[in-house]
Design a protein around this ligand. Structure first.
Ligand SMILES: [Zn+2]
Length: 80
């Protein structure tokens, strides 16, 4: 933890993939998709392309839906 000024002038902002709201990194959870698995990168050390989602039940609950959509795009076909 850096104990400088509590009023940071510029905080890194990220977009939640679910609700598209822009928040500071502290309010979001970073996760990584490996194959069909969602892995939460709590340490921030995993060197993979990450996504961000709100640290909020609403958005976390919708994550499986988002995942399915993503996968559907890659396949390009509907199996139903
Ligand atoms: Zn969100």
């Amino acid at each position: 933890m850096v104990n400088k000024n509590s009023r940071a002038l510029h905080q890194p902002q990220r977009t939640c993939v679910i609700c598209r709201s822009v928040k500071s990194k502290q309010e979001l959870i970073r996760f990584i998709r490996i194959a069909d698995q969602v892995i939460y990168d709590l340490s921030g050390k995993i060197n993979q392309r990450g996504y961000y989602v709100c640290n909020d039940n609403n958005c976390l609950q919708k994550l499986p839906v988002w995942q399915r959509k993503k996968r559907g795009k890659q396949v390009g076909k509907k199996s139903i």
